[in-house]
Design a protein around this ligand. Structure first.
Ligand SMILES: *Cc1c(COP(=O)(O)O)cnc(C)c1O
Length: 429
């Protein structure tokens, strides 16, 4: 699943002991493994190979420029959801024709930027957006290609906040509306509505919701075809699981085994938008223990990282496997399960320094005894980690490091106190 392993009680990322990185860069630091990221990308490409898909990495899962350019260098396209992400993708060297752009609230400025960039597909989320895009495109005497995001009303059985394909969510349009819009816009002179787009949620740990959603959309595409309306592309979205250690996550091959047969004899250009499944396992957040503290109620391990660096536990109640980066032989973890059957573990809450009771990384977790200055790794933190970080409590953001074999480099320097104030001092009006 990834290239983070213990050797002689030391956690390594590929060939680098993570303690070496901490000694130079300090903590907290996000550490990414290039081999893990590219490995997952290749597995996805292979698994869906029969469909010759355009893989559009979902930038919002981990947006670092160097991560994006590594993927662009390997032929990967991008799924963006804002003008800022489009800017990043272009700066990373993306091929504009391999960029797809989703999101319910694209501004005029963002639409103009995407038209100018010549992106591959606008993934449209409402009739009002379609009309707005058409008027902007018409005023420039241009024509663009678009896909319609369809809300298939399936339950991806994931957290309510990240469930996007049920009818009560704000995303896409329902099947009936889609039918009407495709008929009206398929031959439009400014916006060529030629594709269907799905993204049902994240993480989706079973294949059934994908199958159900794709079957519903194929039915629509077939019925449109009988009416002379040609849909030539289908974007099946992202949401494929990463392996967090507790739930069995299907592999790229498992998802493909269920999805590819549905699509292989359809004459559709296929897009896939994985984020988490590519980068989730490729990152750990490395932190240091500041203090331990025992109260009559609990035992706490207080670290130098918290909800401002990694909000997933606080926001979604998400599980991240956490373990010291240097351990005695008997404490080398055999798996990343929530409870490991090892003698001598202590039940603790792992918390951060932020002034909120919601600032925790784990609650009631059994870990080896820890002391001040011990290094602690939070695993599977590559996706929706750094991107959701904030400077809350005026905490400068963490550094990011990329490991490639026996080399490593800083790909985002640690923020400074000056960074905290920069936008408040450089005020123009
Ligand atoms: C977030 C998002 C994705 C990626 O989801 P993952 O769970 O990271 O794979 C794909 N497509 C769209 C439209 C998204 O908003």
């Amino acid at each position: 699943m990834d290239e983070f392993r213990y050797r002689d009680g030391q956690l390594y990322c590929e060939q680098i002991p993570v303690k070496d990185i901490a000694a130079t860069v300090g903590t907290p630091t996000y550490i990414y493994s290039a081999a893990t990221l590219l490995g997952h990308y290749r597995k996805m490409a292979e698994a869906f190979g029969l469909l010759k898909p355009t893989i559009c990495y979902s930038i919002k899962s981990c947006q670092n420029l160097h991560i994006c350019s590594m993927l662009a260098d390997n032929g990967c396209g991008f799924d963006v959801v804002s003008g800022g992400e489009l800017y990043r993708a272009l700066q990373a060297g993306a091929d504009p024709s391999q960029i797809v752009y989703a999101g319910v609230g694209k501004t005029d400025r963002e639409l103009c930027e995407a038209i100018e960039a010549g992106i591959g597909l606008f993934n449209i989320e409402s009739e009002a957006e379609l009309q707005n895009l058409a008027s902007i495109v018409a005023s420039r005497n241009a024509r663009v290609s678009a896909a319609l995001r369809i809300n298939p009303d399936v339950d991806p059985k994931t957290h309510a906040y990240t469930s996007t394909g049920k009818k009560e969510t704000k995303f896409g349009v329902d099947l009936d509306k889609a039918h009407e819009l495709f008929k009206a816009w398929n031959n439009h002179k400014s916006v060529h509505l030629r594709g269907a787009h799905l993204h049902i949620g994240s993480p989706v740990y079973t294949v059934e919701p994908y199958v159900e959603a794709i079957q519903k959309v194929l039915k629509l595409i077939h019925s449109l075809k009988s009416e002379g309306v040609v849909i030539d592309s289908l974007d099946i979205g992202g949401g494929y699981g990463a392996n967090y250690g507790i739930t069995d996550s299907p592999s790229a091959a498992d998802y493909a085994r269920a999805i590819v047969p549905l699509l292989k004899s359809e004459n559709l250009k296929i897009y896939i938008e994985p984020g988490r499944s590519l980068v989730g396992n490729a990152g750990v957040l490395l932190a240091r223990v500041l203090y331990t503290k025992e109260t009559p109620a609990k035992r706490f391990v207080i670290t130098d990282t918290g909800m401002n660096d990694l909000i997933r536990p606080s926001l979604y109640g998400a599980f991240h496997f956490i373990w010291p980066a240097q351990v005695a032989k008997e404490f080398v973890p055999a798996s990343r399960a929530e409870k490991l059957d090892l003698p001598g573990l202590l039940e603790v809450d792992v918390v951060g320094p932020v002034c909120e009771s919601g600032d925790f990384l784990a609650k009631g977790r059994c870990l080896p005894p820890m002391e001040r200055c011990d290094l602690l790794a939070v695993f599977t933190a590559g996706a929706y980690g750094m991107v959701m970080s904030s400077q809350y409590n005026s905490r400068p953001r963490a550094a990011e490091v990329l490991v490639q074999g026996d080399r490593w480099r800083v790909i985002r320097r640690r923020e400074t106190y000056e960074d905290l104030l920069r936008a408040e001092i450089e005020v123009e009006y």
